[in-house]
Each structure stands twice: as C-alpha cells, then as structure tokens.
Design a protein around this ligand. Sequence first.
Ligand code: C2E
Ligand code: MG
Ligand code: MG
Length: 300
Amino acid sequence: EVGLACDHARLACNSIKGRGDVSYCVYDEMLREKLRKQQYVVDHIDEALEKEFVKVFYQPVMRVKTGKICGYEALVRWEDPNMGFLSPADFIETLEHFHLIHKVDEYVVEKVCKEYARLKKEGEPIVPTSVNLSRLDFELCDIYSVIENLRKKYDVPIEYLDLEITESALNENDRHLKEECVRFHESGYRLWLDDFGSGYSSLNVLTEFEFDVLKMDLVFLRNIDHNEKTKVLMSYIADGARRLGMEPLTEGVETEEHYEFLKSIDCERAQGFYFGKPQLMDETRAYTKGKGYEWESFEL
Ligand code: C2E
Ligand code: MG
Ligand code: MG
C-alpha cells in the first residue's frame, strides 16, 4: 500500500539521520524490529520504573595498590516481563532521543541512596558508589537539585555519591553544563570523566572541567595485546591525569596481565570482569567476598 510504504521509507530515513557514513537505508525486518523495540521502551518506561522492572546493578572498583574494593559503579538494567532482559544499549540511547533519560537517572540515584541507607542499617561495609549521568540530564531537569534532594532525603553523605559524565557529553562551549559541573564540584561532589579516549572530544576539556577521577575507556585494554604503543599511551595518560589532579582508573580489566600492567603504570583504580561483573548489590557482595576481597574503610 503506497501510503504505508511511504511511512516506512520515512522511518528508514529517520533511522540514519545525522549519520555521515551511510547514504541510504532499506526498511526491512531488522529495522522493523528495532523500531518496535524503541517504541516499546518509550511506551513502557514509566511502568517499568513504577513496577521496579528497572534494576540497579553494581560493579566493584578496586584500589590497585591494596587490592581492596574502593567503590562501586551503579549500572542500570531492565528486566521486562514481555521483552526479557534489556541492557543499557537497548534503551539508554532511545530514552535520550525521546528526552526521557532523566527519569531513569533520577530513579538510579534514588535506588543508590536507598541502598546506602539499607547497608548502613545492616552495619555492612560501605564504599562510595558512582552513578552515570547523561548530558541531557542537565537540560531536561535541574539535576543538581534532584540529586541533592534525594541525598538529603536518605541522609547520604556527599562523599558516598560520585558522578560519572561521559567524555562525549562534554563540550567546552556548553556554558550551562560547565556551570552545573562547577556547582556540583563546589558542593563537594566528586566528578568522574567516563570513557576517556573513546571519542573525539578535545583534550582541552581536561583543563576546562574539574574532574577528580579520569576513567580510561575499555578500548585501551582491548588494544593492548596487539599494539605496543597502547601501553605507552596509557602510561602517559595515567601520569598526565595525576599531574592534573585526577586519579586514573582503567575499565575493562579482564585478565591478570591487565591488572599487572596497571600496577606497573601506577594506575590507582581498576574495574572490570576480572574483579567482578555488575550484579545486584547482595550478589556482588557475596561474589567478591567469596574471592577474598576486602573493602577499603570509608572515612568521612
Ligand atoms: P560505562 O559507564 O562506561 O559502563 C561500563 C560498561 O562496561 C558497562 O556496560 C559494564 O558492564 C561494562 N564492563 C565492565 N567491565 C567490563 C569488562 O571487563 N569487559 C567488558 N567487555 N565490559 C565491561 P553496561 O552496564 O552495558 O553499560 C553501558 C553504558 O550504558 C555505560 O557505560 C553507560 O554509559 C550507560 N549507562 C549504564 N547505566 C546508566 C545509567 O544509569 N544512566 C545513564 N545515563 N547511562 C547509563
Ligand atoms: Mg560509567
Ligand atoms: Mg565507561
């Protein structure tokens, strides 16, 4: 039917909008399925948050020198009764596209605060947790007030909640984002630069923004085995981070060799499947306890 064919053609065109590397797209079964999934995400996110199908998983972050757990990263998952398990790749971008991502990020921060209150009540060891913020959080809501209100509601110390901002979100010319980062930083929040080295952002952002931790992207360790230059580069980045007042962290540690290498370049922190995959808090605690890891003491 011609009308329907035109609609499909438009959907196919929209799906490659903004991409310089493709010049045409055919509406096929794969695209249909992808769009169906996107629509599902948009239509069901509110319900998924309300019914708690959306879960927060925690991945340990290690202090390389001591081998102790010095923090966790909160990573979102969606366990849907109809669609099954959805990873961030299945919904984060869609929610950003439809300007709904702040709902998820607010939800994650609240869950992290609640988890803190629970662990404290149960007398469990506590280490700071970092949450991932989307660039759009800064536009779609007053993310500073949202986080401050939740933190106060659950009586969470500022030192417990670290904020990750991905490199690709940064733009030296984005005054609002810069001002909000300053606002967080001056209140005492620690800001982490996530996915460093994965994109094309200017190195100048390192001087324009105040970060406390610089997280080297997974791509570095993926390259290390077949490119000797990667090691040199990582060593320079770790050193440069320290000299700019940031603690270097490398993500994607999967092997003993990776870990040994990070020790050799004095990279302060490490995160990856080698130490533990993201899991629900109680599961990740049981898992790391089983491996004999201890927690760093959390001093205020
Ligand atoms: P990210 O913040 O860079 O998170 C690290 C990703 O690497 C996670 O994928 C984690 O599971 C994965 N990872 C950790 N260790 C290893 C390893 O040793 N090897 C490999 N191959 N992968 C490892 P995940 O959980 O699928 O998250 C993907 C991205 O989605 C995150 O990247 C982050 O940008 C975004 N994201 C996750 N949760 C949230 C959230 O609550 N809010 C927002 N806005 N974005 C989120
Ligand atoms: Mg992150
Ligand atoms: Mg990352």
